[in-house]
Design a protein around this ligand. Structure first.
Ligand code: GRF
Length: 205
């Protein structure tokens, strides 16, 4: 680990398997600079919070409905993130559209993972969309979040075949296996390599 770790915060809503993969990678020494310092969920019952606690990482839950507006809710999240000096936010199965307050505080510093080869099949049920479309290949994408849905500049992708007889469950499992590796790869790219954006393309030196 270098003298100046880059602090990451992770937002989850559910199972937290991507969070678990990131924390396991960190503990295995995969990151030269990145350190996961806090985990936040919009759902207090999310398994992802238990994953964080098992790894002894600070875990927080806020319910958006307890706040008068999305902006107020996001301001509360930001104050937690700032208290941990978070520089990059990872959306690991965070089932909400990121609002203007978070985007303004972390421009090009929010990474989302999505279970398709974007720009194909954005939004919910990406694996089902790929099957219903008859795609031969799908995959997963890590991209910077922007005001669109699964729309920001792409950081890294992996291709996964759609096999005859696949169901939503079998395809999702095959993609998830790749997601777990891809998110780690993306964290390493943005925290260990200088990068800049040309148009929509993220260029790594
Ligand atoms: C993953 O498939 C991710 O791509 C999508 O939501 C799912 C979250 O799974 N955004 P987990 O909570 O990381 O297990």
């Amino acid at each position: 680990m270098s003298a100046s770790p880059v602090h990451l915060g992770v937002l989850v809503s559910g199972r937290g398997s991507n969070l678990e993969a990131l924390l396991s990678a960190e503990r295995a020494g995969a990151f030269d600079r990145a350190r996961i310092v806090c985990v936040f969920s919009d759902a207090p019952e999310a398994r992802g919070l238990d994953v964080a606690r098992n790894f002894r990482v600070a875990a927080y839950a806020f319910r958006p409905r307890d706040y008068p507006s999305k902006a107020d809710y996001e301001k509360a999240v930001i104050s937690i993130l700032e208290s941990h000096a978070v520089e990059y936010l990872m959306l690991a199965g965070y089932m909400r559209i990121v609002g203007a307050a978070l985007l303004a505080r972390y421009p090009l510093r929010i990474l989302n993972i999505h279970p398709s080869l974007l720009p194909s099949f954005p939004g919910l049920h990406a694996q089902r969309q790929a099957l219903e479309h008859g795609a031969r290949f799908s995959g997963c994408t890590v991209h910077f979040a922007d005001a669109g849905v699964d729309a920001g500049p792409i950081i890294a992708q992996r291709v996964v075949p759609v096999l005859p007889g696949d169901t939503e469950d079998t395809l999702s499992a095959r993609i998830l296996e790749q997601e777990h590796q891809l998110f780690t790869e993306a964290v390493k790219l943005v925290t260990e390599r200088p990068w800049e954006i040309h148009g929509r393309t993220v260029m790594f030196s």
